[in-house]
Design a protein around this ligand. Structure first.
Ligand SMILES: [Zn+2]
Length: 318
């Protein structure tokens, strides 16, 4: 766990840049492989929070991030393709259509790059982990192994970029967005997906909210905070989507069930082969299955009320 220096809140909110952060709450590690307590601080202006305690070096290589195909991944494939098309549609609705150059930043195993190519984009991906790059290669997709700070991308060369559930993992999201904004041509579009700390499910899940994912998530954005950060980096938000089937209904349901299970987000970890299937948590989870349709409808309502569990913000380079 962290020493005192590392838990000192930063001088300025990393999102809006206007206010200092104040200590907020202590939450348990979201992954059985990353136990302990983590301190969060929050901005009184935009509501964005940060995880003060550092993530251990192995955070992105252990537990649910340990690698290997999740249980049921073949069954999920058609659904994942649907989610990729929806992300592309967000760009298209903001005026970013193929042909053109698209970069997926933090491309994982390259699924979105492949989806973008099938619609006519000249799409590439950068991904820092060897596991992701190797996994993509096994599917016939070449990615560049690089982080944002060391990627060689021509300034102003991109017509579109995707930063999907990446920004919240970065220690300096403002520096990353500055770099990315420089890669995008004026008028080009960026789609950013992040959890929404100002969502109904964040409140319902509390310290065990599924999308808190502490300590891997370093910044916990609100819509207001993300908009402010994008604007500060020359990216004008043009659309904010709250109805997202990809993460939101599951996030709501698991967050509520997590209040009764011993392992936070037990089903997620069981699917990732990171929690035992033979546990009391399994019985609790099965008992909660009838409430899945309720969670789907409830999250749809929250999304329409602009309080969705995760958001997708499309911005255009000025
Ligand atoms: Zn702020």
């Amino acid at each position: 766990m962290a020493d005192e220096n590392s838990t000192t809140p930063p001088d300025r909110c990393p999102a809006c840049g206007e206010r200092a952060l104040a200590p907020w709450r202590t939450v348990p590690g979201s992954d059985p492989a990353l136990p302990g307590e983590y301190t969060l601080a929050r901005c009184a202006g935009c509501g964005t929070a940060v995880t003060l305690d550092p993530a251990p070096p192995e955070a992105h290589e252990s537990g649910a991030y340990g690698g290997g195909a999740p249980r049921g991944s073949r069954l999920a494939a058609p659904l994942l393709r649907h989610f990729d098309r929806r992300r592309l549609s967000f760009l298209a609705r903001a005026g970013a259509h193929p042909p053109g150059r698209l970069l997926d930043i933090g491309a994982g195993r390259g699924r979105f790059v492949a989806a973008a190519r099938t619609t006519g984009w000249q799409a590439d991906g950068i991904e820092p982990s060897l596991r992701g790059v190797s996994g993509a290669r096994a599917q016939g997709i070449e990615l560049t192994q690089a982080g944002i700070e060391d990627a060689a991308v021509e300034p102003g060369s991109l017509d579109a970029a995707s930063l999907w559930h990446v920004l919240e993992h970065l220690d300096d999201p403002a520096a990353a967005l500055e770099q990315i904004a420089g890669w995008i041509a004026p008028g080009g579009a960026l789609v950013v997906g992040v959890p929404n700390l100002a969502s109904v499910q964040s409140g319902a899940g509390g310290a065990r909210w599924y999308h808190l994912d502490v300590p891997r998530h370093r910044t916990h954005f609100t819509v207001r905070g993300l908009h402010a950060l994008l604007r500060r980096r020359g990216l004008e938000p043009v659309a904010t989507h709250h109805v997202l089937a990809e993460h939101n209904p599951f996030g709501l349901w698991v967050s509520v069930v997590s209040r009764a299970t011993t392992t936070p987000s037990w089903l997620y970890h069981a699917l990732k082969r990171n929690a035992s299937l033979r546990s009391r948590d399994a019985l609790i989870t099965v008992a909660a299955l009838p409430f899945v349709p309720v969670a789907i409808l409830a999250e749809l309502a929250f999304g329409l009320a602009r309080r969705g569990g995760t958001i997708a913000v499309v911005s255009r380079r000025r």
